[in-house]
Design a protein around this ligand. Sequence first.
Ligand SMILES: Nc1ncnc2c1ncn2[C@@H]1O[C@H](COP(=O)(O)OP(=O)(O)OP(=O)(O)O)[C@@H](O)[C@H]1O
Ligand SMILES: Nc1ncnc2c1ncn2[C@@H]1O[C@H](COP(=O)(O)OP(=O)(O)OP(=O)(O)O)[C@@H](O)[C@H]1O
Ligand SMILES: [Mg+2]
Ligand SMILES: [Mg+2]
Lengths: 227, 227
Amino acid sequence: TIELQQVQKVYSMGRRNYQALRGVDLRIEPGEFVAIVGPSGSGKSTILNMITGIDRPSKGQIMIAEVNLNLLSENQLAHWRGAEVGIVFQFFQLLPTLTALENVILPLHLRGRRAKVHGKERLERALEHLRMVGMDSHAYHLPSELSGGEQQRVAIARALANDPPIIVADEPTGNLDSQTGEMVFEIFRRLSSEGKTIIYVTHDHDLAHLAHRLIQVRDGLIIADSN
Amino acid sequence: TIELQQVQKVYSMGRRNYQALRGVDLRIEPGEFVAIVGPSGSGKSTILNMITGIDRPSKGQIMIAEVNLNLLSENQLAHWRGAEVGIVFQFFQLLPTLTALENVILPLHLRGRRAKVHGKERLERALEHLRMVGMDSHAYHLPSELSGGEQQRVAIARALANDPPIIVADEPTGNLDSQTGEMVFEIFRRLSSEGKTIIYVTHDHDLAHLAHRLIQVRDGLIIADSN
Ligand SMILES: Nc1ncnc2c1ncn2[C@@H]1O[C@H](COP(=O)(O)OP(=O)(O)OP(=O)(O)O)[C@@H](O)[C@H]1O
Ligand SMILES: Nc1ncnc2c1ncn2[C@@H]1O[C@H](COP(=O)(O)OP(=O)(O)OP(=O)(O)O)[C@@H](O)[C@H]1O
Ligand SMILES: [Mg+2]
Ligand SMILES: [Mg+2]
């Protein structure tokens, strides 16, 4: 279970402050398929950064599977994330000097629930995930040698490589044509039916309605929740 | 008039080559409003890079308003672009150490058809363009202090700041909610009616049909053109 309690986030910008989240309460059960929508700048990515521990709240609690993220050090958070969460960032964050294949293998190397997996099996597993998103033909391209949508699909394969129980995706199809986008969502739907928790931000009306639950954000607050 | 004649683009990747464009012929008249669509990886951004001189073709000619881009040096291309073309890149390319306002002022400083404009008028013109895309409230944020869609809107304001005759936009609304996206397209529509040439790539079916002309790309070739 993911639980945010009265989460606030204030960014300090020199003398002034900018309040991105004004008090977010959110509870997501294991296996839920949740879409988050809202205008540009409303706080969606900030909420995802709270759930994944990429950023810390200014106030409020974040409990994930009984673990209080506020009490973890940066190092503990990185370990926790490596095993528990697969993240598709809004701007991919691929490592520029690694090929598509190496970017997907990396989480398998660092740790992951499959730390006992050996070199050859890691390679096969990474290739399988690239194949799943139609990118095995570009396995040896560097990120700079890929189109926008191709980079996005490599980022999706990387997030899934470790078979994490929670998948968090920030506009995972923003750079994809509708056919490729639907293929990605088919993967998410299948993972959700296998019991994984899927949380995604989207601006696409059709994709938002594929989720079982729709959360609407505006000006740093949740204003509607179809739960 | 923009004219591509048998344009090919081959990217060399160490020992192997990757052919992104296989022979593109395209003619766009002044004032046209053109959408380019196609699957992820089909060559859309590469075509835009040819039209804007950001990248050079491996074969073929590119003539824009009687100027042969192949014959211009890098320096001449940069000057030509500064005056003739406003570009909204797929991943924005904002300068990370400049604020939103400074990013929009920059093209006015470097040159531009309004090189005679003085400091105070430049500032006002840049603010006016930020206001146009709903970003004047974030004028003093750095790109890292903006959401994805906010960065995109700053990139749009920057492309328009110099009042160029040609505007080239690569998925300009990919990170925007549909309402904000429609506001952006309303600006493009108005500029097209004033005689500016607007060329944009989009994966959004509805936005693609707002253009007067729809060009479909697949595997590095134009396969349909509604002209
Ligand atoms: N520097 C490069 N080296 C090798 N291949 C490249 C390079 N840049 C692009 N490519 C390849 O060229 C093809 C066309 O890329 P392009 O960026 O034009 O696609 P696109 O249609 O814009 O796709 P998207 O909708 O995903 O942004 C892609 O398959 C990509 O892998
Ligand atoms: N480091 C920062 N410093 C100051 N303000 C910030 C910072 N990061 C984000 N913001 C502000 O917080 C607000 C929320 O940002 P967030 O990235 O969560 O929006 P979003 O809903 O994901 O928008 P989009 O759909 O455009 O990606 C924005 O108005 C943004 O300007
Ligand atoms: Mg965002
Ligand atoms: Mg592209």
